[in-house]
Design a binder for this molecule. Structure first.
Ligand code: ADP
Length: 394
């Protein structure tokens, strides 16, 4: 083929066919930004999703930014080019962003990425603006009308695919949630019926009341975790990215958990260096992960067991590990651990839980560009390690 424009159209059609079948939102968005840069012959491309509840746009996928940098980037609708696209619902070409007063400086300041020229189109689904697709820095020459046409066509396909993926995720999550609600609701129902029987003993009455209390508590924890996970999965969870130090977060988490550790006669040992590189991310969300891992190490430990919290720097990662002396996890149960609602068979007898904690941890750590790993020795104990990147950050 020797018509480059036709060639770009053909690639566009191929991509559109491809993205229609992707149901994982993160995978889909990345595919769309890659395609956007490709068909417009730009150096980079990004998707910003629009949150109408607070009238802001936030970066959700980009060909050139690390996820932990990108997640914290929020762009106001007032005073930004992307915002103007949301308001006018029209494509916009800016050949020289430096000299355009509408250019929002916040992004280049936090990413060290210079935007020179920009082409943006609104992502519209059923008359609602759901975001903006931007191609940044035309490789040769300037953005032209054909680029706008191609990006608009891609944007139209992307908007449908994004809403499909969101709906799919929601319905998937909701059906799992409804399924999980049945067990605690059935226990509450049975206990409540038994309580009404005149012939039950005082002991039985106390036991039934306890069951109702425990199960309602579990339902309430499930609701909180469920909302957390739904926000993380749909990309609607906002990350407050700032420089932070890990040491105070780890020490704070130990403090919070100390009474539960004492109650179970466990011992906690820790080795946390005084000096650490500064990390960038949402410190509250990282703390949520530490608390969850410590909580599991308490719940699934043996009486008089030990918990070790170690922290070290290795390659480009700061790593912290939470190790326990519980019964461990068999190899065949390892694969399900980070899936939502998964509990190792027999866990119900050991401790209460929802099976959502680890999937939330994984989402949070991956959004920071990190990794979460597990190693277990059945009968001896389990270690969860969290690796957070610190290189590429000032
Ligand atoms: P929850 O503890 O609420 O069930 P999680 O998602 O935190 O949910 O953990 C999922 C499952 O993984 C738990 O139900 C348990 O079976 C297993 N698990 C997690 N942490 C440990 C641990 N430290 N030792 C043994 N099993 C664990």
């Amino acid at each position: 083929m020797n018509n480059p424009l036709l060639e770009r159209y053909v690639r566009m059609v191929e991509v559109s066919r491809d993205i229609a079948s992707i149901l994982d939102l993160d995978v889909l968005l990345f595919r769309v930004v890659q395609a956007a840069a490709d068909v417009t012959e730009a150096t980079a491309a990004s998707i910003l999703l629009y949150d109408e509840t607070n009238n802001r746009l936030y970066f959700q996928a980009s060909t050139n930014l690390d996820s932990h940098v990108m997640r914290g980037l929020v762009v106001p609708v007032e005073g930004s080019l992307a915002g103007e696209i949301v308001t006018t619902r029209e494509p916009l070409i800016v050949q020289d962003t430096d000299h355009d007063p509408r250019h929002f400086e916040g992004v280049s300041q936090s990413t060290n990425f210079e935007t020179n020229s920009l082409l943006g189109v609104p992502l519209i689904h059923y008359d609602k603006v759901i975001g903006v697709l931007e191609a940044i820095n035309k490789k040769d020459g300037t953005f032209i009308a054909e680029d706008t046409e191609l990006l608009s066509a891609l944007g139209a396909q992307a908007a449908v695919a994004i809403e499909n993926a969101r709906l799919f995720q929601q319905s998937d999550l909701i059906s799992e949630m409804v399924h999980e609600l049945r067990t605690p609701l059935a226990s509450i129902n049975t206990a409540a019926h038994l309580l009404m029987r005149p012939e039950i003993s005082e002991d039985q009455r106390v036991k039934m009341t306890e069951t109702i209390q425990q199960e309602t508590q579990r339902l309430s924890e499930m609701a909180t975790s469920f909302l957390d996970l739904a926000r993380l999965e749909s990309g609607r969870s906002q990350f407050q990215v700032k420089p932070f130090e890990l040491r105070p977060i780890l020490l704070d988490s130990i403090n919070i958990m100390q009474s539960r550790i004492d109650q179970k006669d466990l011992t906690l040992e820790h080795s946390i260096p005084d000096q650490f590189p500064v990390l960038h991310g949402d410190s509250d969300k990282i703390k949520q992960v530490v608390l969850n891992l410590l909580s599991n190490a308490i719940k699934y430990n043996r009486p008089n067991g030990v918990i070790s919290l170690d922290c070290h720097i290795e390659d480009e990662y700061v790593t912290f590990c939470v190790k326990d002396t519980g019964r461990g996890i068999l190899p065949e149960h390892m694969t399900g651990l980070f899936q939502k609602f998964y509990r190792v068979p027999g866990s119900e007898q050991i401790a209460e839980g929802t099976g959502l904690g680890l999937s939330i941890c994984k989402k949070i750590i991956e959004a920071h560009g990190g990794k979460i790993e597990v190693e277990s020795n059945p009968g001896v104990g389990t270690t969860f390690s969290v690796l957070l990147p610190y290189s590429n950050q000032e």
